[in-house]
Design a protein around this ligand. Structure first.
Ligand code: PEP
Length: 260
């Protein structure tokens, strides 16, 4: 049976009380429990200010909680940042690193992202490592070259740090928040390329599940999940409405059942 991961990235949305209400509506839905019982994974990534509340609401449900970023250092003079250990101490089990918005607005590089993933792993967190090309890269036929360079930089940043568990999220920048998702063919082709380069050799990312992110909705999730090389989704906008996010979870259940 195909086991999928559905992760919701709430970005800088939801005040703490809204976050807990959204979380409760998702975790107490019967489809979420069904998905988890069938081996699918559900991850919620609220803003840091809501992390503890969401962790408390998810306690005992099997739904995992992710932070949206962490610093690579264990402590230090980094005003406004949080370490992986701080995230883990709040009860999160995962952390997103290298989201394109962090790359764009905070100047994060591939090596820094690899270092963050290593810091996360050292603290027992599962890193969800994002890569993706810009529109001009895709239009000029450079998608694979860009992705390969991103992976190489991330592996360099990871160094010798083993990853017990991790995800790669392929998020074409032109698809994030635009309403224009990659077509299933585009996504499958790129995931297949990523699968090949990750599994070629002994790199730390060998075998990691690859999530697709970029305008995933309840309308396109089933078709994307049906692609052979797609192991789930990192969902932004559509994860902010419980009904829509649950509908994406239901799509995963259907695809899992078909592939059984
Ligand atoms: C994201 O921010 O990770 C994302 C995929 O956003 P959206 O689903 O809104 O495109």
């Amino acid at each position: 049976m195909k086991q999928l991961t559905i992760a919701g990235n709430w970005k800088m949305h939801t005040m703490p009380s809204d976050a807990v209400a959204l979380c409760e509506a998702i975790v107490h839905h019967s489809s979420t429990a069904n998905a988890l019982s069938q081996g699918h994974a559900v991850v919620l990534a609220p803003p840091l200010t809501s992390l503890a509340g969401v962790v408390a609401s998810c306690m005992g449900t099997g739904v995992e909680v992710a932070a949206q970023d962490c610093h690579a250092a264990s402590s230090g003079a980094y005003t406004g940042d949080v370490s992986a250990a701080m995230v883990a101490a709040l009860g999160a089990t995962c952390v997103i690193v290298g989201h394109s918005e962090r790359r764009r607005y905070h100047g994060e590089t591939d090596v820094m992202i690899g270092e963050k993933a290593a810091a996360a792993a050292r603290c027992g967190l599962v890193p969800i490592i994002c890569v993706g090309e810009l529109l001009q890269d895709r239009q000029s036929g450079n998608t694979n070259t860009i992705l390969q360079a991103q992976i190489e930089g991330i592996l360099h940043g990871l160094g010798q740090q083993p990853l017990t568990r991790a995800y790669l999220a392929y998020e074409p920048v032109w698809a994030i928040g635009t309403g224009v998702a990659a077509t299933p063919n585009q996504a499958e082709e790129t995931h297949h390329f990523l699968r090949t380069i990750l599994d070629d050799g002994q790199g730390a990312l060998r075998g990691v599940p690859i999530l697709y992110g970029g305008s995933v909705t309840d309308k396109n999730a089933e078709e994307l999940f049906s692609c052979q090389s797609i192991d789930g989704a990192l969902v932004g906008g559509a994860s902010l409405v419980a009904e829509t996010f649950v509908a994406i979870i239901q799509a995963a259940i259907r695809v899992g059942a078909q592939a059984a």
